[in-house]
Design a protein around this ligand. Structure first.
Ligand SMILES: Cc1ncc(COP(=O)(O)O)c(C=O)c1O
Length: 392
């Protein structure tokens, strides 16, 4: 029998959540109540949750796979991974992505939150992410007990490195949530070169890539949102590079949790091993639906045009009301400012029945912006100009 000596002073259990920031949306309750009191109801532009119906081609695929008595493959089926590889070639300018380097994920938020841990990062390691960012990059670093740091440029990465930050993972997010900024091929290439020189894994979250508006990024005008796996960025070498992609936004599938990560085959194998052992498996019907979603461009084109029309209505109304809209060349948000504290702007909008997300949710540099989402129905969006008319 193994003798176990009980410690005299048991260590208290660590509550993991204590290391996480407060859930920011709780601080919006007052503004939400005010906006909801509007006689014609709230126009909620504070969250990026899709509101249009799931496309029939995807829903039909899900239904067709309803009989699922056995366990699904953690990796994703071969046809699914081949469909993702074909999507990269057809839509993203990334030829010859090895289907072995594709892995299905249960939406991409879980990947963002757990990637640092799954890559073996821990105390003393640093996760760099955009300085104004989707909050889950920070959360993921903390879950692994690593340290999150905001850095956008090679100069900022150099400065952090020189100050002793052991950066092991670097998140990119282009098009950005919340700013809608898009990284150019040259910018991506510079960051990838820096990461390679410092042996840092690059994870690029590209879930708004199909929603480009500026000429350079609009697929309907021959534009493209560049991927970190684009040969012009990485010189056809995917080593150390991962792309996180989600169909939540482009295909109105947030409720399905249908996403994938792709890139470096060795890194994907490492993640696969861990995810197999821990049951992080995309359900079989969702794998079938995800395959249908990435294989059909028509429904994405339709949804893109819905958002384009909504974007025009809201952007025109905001400008007419004295807002400046920064970046926002792609994606589902208008990064808007009246050059005043963001909570003042949130209140001003709430009084007019519109709820926006304050920029300080996404980092201190966002403190004078609000993020206005385009994810509301045409009927709600049509209310925006009249509600802002008195500010013009
Ligand atoms: C930048 C970014 N990454 C990841 C996600 C997560 O998407 P999902 O978990 O629905 O795939 C979101 C959702 O808003 C996002 O904005």
């Amino acid at each position: 029998m193994v003798a176990v000596t009980a410690p005299t002073q048991p260590t208290p259990r660590r509550r993991v959540g204590a290391s996480l920031p407060d859930f920011p949306w709780d601080s919006l309750a007052g503004a939400k109540a005010r906006a909801s009191a509007h006689p014609d109801g709230i126009v909620d532009l504070s969250v990026g949750t899709p509101v249009d119906a799931t496309p029939e081609v995807v829903a039909q695929a899900l239904r067709s796979a309803a009989n699922a008595p056995g366990y699904p493959q953690t990796h994703g089926t071969a046809p699914l991974r081949e469909a993702v590889s074909a999507w990269f070639a057809r839509r993203r300018g990334v030829p010859a992505l090895d289907p072995d380097g594709v892995l299905a994920t249960i939406g991409s938020k879980e990947l963002v939150a757990w990637l640092p841990f799954q890559l073996g990062l821990g105390e003393g390691d640093v996760v760099a992410h955009p300085s104004v960012a989707y909050p889950t990059y920070d959360v993921g670093a903390r879950l692994a007990r690593a340290t999150p740091v905001g850095a956008d440029t090679v100069e900022e990465l150099d400065a952090a490195w020189d100050a002793g930050a052991r950066i092991r993972l670097l998140w990119l997010n282009s098009p950005s949530n919340p700013t809608g900024a898009v990284r150019t091929v040259a910018e991506l290439a510079a960051v990838v070169a820096w990461a390679r020189a410092h042996d840092v894994v690059v994870a690029s979250d590209e879930c708004y890539a199909e929603l480009g508006w500026d000429e350079a990024h609009d697929v309907t005008r021959g534009g493209l949102v560049p991927s970190v796996l684009d040969p012009r960025v990485c010189d056809r070498d995917h080593t150390g590079l991962l792309v996180a992609y989600s169909t939540s936004k482009q295909s109105n599938l947030a409720g399905y949790r249908a996403a994938f990560v792709a890139g470096d085959v060795a890194l994907v194998r490492e993640l696969l091993e861990l995810r197999k052992q821990s049951g992080m498996i995309v359900p079989w019907p969702v794998q079938v639906a995800l395959q249908a979603a990435v294989s059909d461009d028509e429904h994405v084109a339709l949804q893109r045009e819905r958002y384009r029309a909504r974007r025009e209505v809201v952007r025109t109304a905001l400008r007419g009301a004295g807002f400046r809209v920064d970046h926002s060349g792609a994606g589902l948000y208008l990064w808007s400012t009246r050059e005043e504290p963001c909570r003042t702007t949130v209140d001003l909008l709430a009084e007019r029945g519109i709820l926006a997300a304050p920029g300080d949710f996404y980092g201190t540099p966002g403190a004078q912006h609000v993020r206005i989402a385009l994810t509301a129905t045409d009927e709600r969006i049509a209310q925006v100009p009249a509600r802002l008319a008195d500010l013009g």
